[in-house]
Design a protein around this ligand. Structure first.
Ligand code: ATP
Ligand code: MG
Length: 636
């Protein structure tokens, strides 16, 4: 056990010396702070003192019963190690081997001790084996549970969360932090537990041999604790500084690579090499102190270890002068005590490294925990289930409705009172930032009401579950969203339609010819985010998806802005005919596409500026809509 522990200690130390944990931390911080002060501040908070409930979260995620079982197996293994050492000392101290005992007595004693050793060896190996299996299971369990909670929370996070958190930071939780939880946290906690148990068994062994040693143990433990605390908070800060200083090196290097041609063209190589040197120099300053702090620790640990050995040897000598202890103390016990005290030096050194390793790694659990507790959207489903046909008529009513993106921001839609009739086609216009897209988001409850309500077919949508609401509406957003996969996957992700239905909608969207010319046709790949297609084609794919779903309410947010005029015209006609019995809200830049709508909603600064039929609005030469139509050259 002790040998195993030594190798553990060494490997932890080597990892540390090779910069394993700092580099991990460095990369975490590099990715997150990215030359941005906001990132910096957030990282500062996150890498501060880790609260105990973070450890509890980790153990809970592996299951408290599993964690307890694992701990028990470590204790059993530790117990075997101690028993092993004591058995050895009993063996070497047995008088049978020094007295003039008969050969048969010696043989019997030898068999007894060998048998005992074998039994203890088998027990130790079995405990370690069981423990390793249990640990592997617990770590997988903890990791997958933490990942699951994180994923489900991020997927259900409020949209404002994504507005304020940079994407890189979120991805970091799923990549680096999960990686550390997968491979680092569990074992570093185990190493710590092993170290503690090894320490306790060593102290137990020494106390058994020389009870006097207790006088030395207390002050020396306090000294170790002091050195350890002093080192960890200094080293943590130094590591943070050195990892931060490494960020500009990475950033400068990647910028230089990207701008290589420009740098060469303007003959600025020297300047960039000099800049690079400066940044490395700055990094080295922190790195030097970081390494020096390790050496500082080494010196103190070795000196304290030496003091321990000296005291243990002294106590053994002193014990020989005390009659009661003298009778108890044998040469084998002295041997045991000195062996253990040598080990204890390694164990205590290892403990400092493992504690700092645990502290570094557990930060990842803290970061995952933080994102697992973010505010979630409303419930996916509620008791108030809409009927299967809802919304059968497609009447939309806004009453005194107001909304904002985040509580601290201003209202983006104010005092909205509006009724859209069944099957009505509404054109929505307004200047950039007027709140048109926000209105569509409000219908899907991507942003929640601050005041008033929206009713669809008489049902207040705030009482519905989000899934029940969102699957009954269709939106063609301003930015077309496609996933990597085939045309088929993108059109019909749940495989609910036949090929002929897919070809039908593709034909309505003027895409049939394009798709049929692709190798593999419907199974041809669209590329990551649909990058094999032009923006206009992506919009058409989204439109085809909407035509397939064909819900009673369709919302189009400049859905054909990137499509040429002729195609746009054909598509608008298709939509008018295919969705003739549906309510359609069309946000448009090109006024000609909404001229045939039943009514036009002109928005201004989040309010309704005008709402009437296109004809009435155009008749009124003072209207905003008339002005817009005039600018677009649609009226004289
Ligand atoms: N995610 C967001 N967080 C905070 N404020 C936002 C967010 N998105 C939009 N806004 C604000 O809401 C207001 C309305 O924006 P919205 O996107 O609804 O305008 P729009 O009418 O669709 O404009 P455009 O014609 O340019 O698409 C703007 O003042 C904008 O700054
Ligand atoms: Mg918009």
């Amino acid at each position: 056990m002790l040998r195993r522990l030594e190798s553990t200690t060494v490997s932890v130390k080597e990892g540390r010396e090779a910069g394993e944990s700092p580099s991990r931390q460095a990369s975490q911080e590099f990715d997150d702070d990215e030359d941005d002060d906001v990132y910096d501040e957030q990282e500062e908070v996150e890498t501060g003192k880790v609260a105990w409930n973070v450890y509890l979260t980790y153990f809970k995620s592996m299951g408290l019963r599993n964690a307890f079982l694992g701990l028990l197996l470590i204790l059993v293994s530790g117990g075997f190690s101690l028993a092993y050492s004591i058995w050895l000392s009993l063996w070497t101290g047995d008088e049978v081997f020094v007295n003039n005992s008969t050969e048969s007595v010696k043989q019997a004693a030898m068999e007894k001790y060998l048998g005992g050793m074998s039994a203890l060896g088998v027990g130790d190996i079995s405990a370690v084996l069981c423990f390793t299996l249990a640990a592997a299971y617990c770590f997988c369990e903890a990791s997958s549970n933490l990942h699951r909670t994180l994923l489900s929370n991020i997927l259900r996070a409020k949209s404002s969360f994504f507005d304020v958190k940079p994407l890189g930071m979120i991805l970091n939780r799923f990549s680096k932090d999960i990686d550390v939880v997968d491979t680092g946290v569990g074992w570093s906690v185990v190493y710590l537990a092993w170290t503690i148990i090894a320490l306790l068994t060593s102290i137990g062994g020494i106390l058994y041999a020389t009870p006097f040693f207790v006088i030395a143990i207390i002050p020396i433990s306090a000294l170790y604790l002091y050195i350890q605390r002093f080192y960890i908070c200094t080293a943590r800060q130094l590591r943070r500084l050195s990892s931060k200083a490494s960020s500009p090196i990475y950033a400068h290097f990647s910028e230089t690579l990207h701008g290589c041609q420009t740098i060469r063209a303007y003959k600025h190589q020297e300047r960039f090499i000099e800049d690079n040197r400066d940044k490395i120099e700055k990094f080295n300053v922190y790195r030097y102190f970081d390494d020096s702090s390790d050496n500082w620790l080494d010196v103190r640990m070795t000196a304290t270890g030496g003091l321990l050995v000296f005291l243990a040897a002294t106590f053994c000598v002193v014990s020989t002068q005390i009659p009661y202890l003298k009778s108890h103390l044998t040469s084998s016990l002295v041997g045991l005590a000195l062996t253990l005290v040598f080990d204890i030096t390694n164990v205590l050194n290892g403990m400092v490294w493992t504690i700092s390793n645990v502290e570094t790694n557990i930060v990842s659990v803290e970061r995952i925990k933080e994102y697992s507790e973010i505010e979630r959207e409303a419930d996916w489903t509620t008791d108030n289930k809409p009927s299967r046909q809802w919304p059968s008529s497609g009447v939309i009513e806004f009453s005194k409705y107001a909304t904002r993106y985040r509580p601290e921001l201003d209202l983006v839609i104010k005092d909205f009172n509006l009724e859209i009739h069944s099957k009505e086609k509404i054109g929505i216009v307004g200047r950039t930032g007027a709140g048109k897209s926000s209105l569509t988001l409000a219908l899907f409850r991507m942003i929640e009401s601050a005041k008033g309500c929206i009713k669809i077919d008489g049902v207040d949508i705030s009482t519905l579950g989000l899934h029940d609401l969102r699957c009954r509406l269709t939106i063609l957003p301003q930015d077309p969203v496609l996933f990597s996969g085939s045309f088929r996957d993108n059109l019909d992700p749940f495989s609910s339609y036949t090929d002929s239905q897919l070809w039908e909608v593709l034909s309505q969207c003027q895409l049939k010819e394009y798709v049929s010319n692709q190798p593999g046709q419907l199974t041809a790949e669209c590329g990551e985010g649909g990058k094999n297609l032009s923006v206009g084609q992506r919009q058409l794919i989204c439109l085809a998806r909407a035509l397939l779903r064909k819900t009673k309410i369709l919302i189009m947010d400049e859905a054909t802005a990137a499509v040429d005029l002729k195609t746009d015209d054909v598509i608008q006609k298709t939509i008018r005919s295919e969705f003739a019995d549906c309510t359609i809200l069309t946000i448009a830049h090109r006024l000609n596409t909404i001229m045939d709508c039943d009514r036009i909603l002109v928005m201004s600064k989040g309010t309704i500026a005008e709402f009437d039929s296109p004809k009435s609005l155009l008749d009124n030469k003072e209207s905003i809509f008339y002005g817009m139509a005039k600018d677009a050259g649609l009226v004289e």
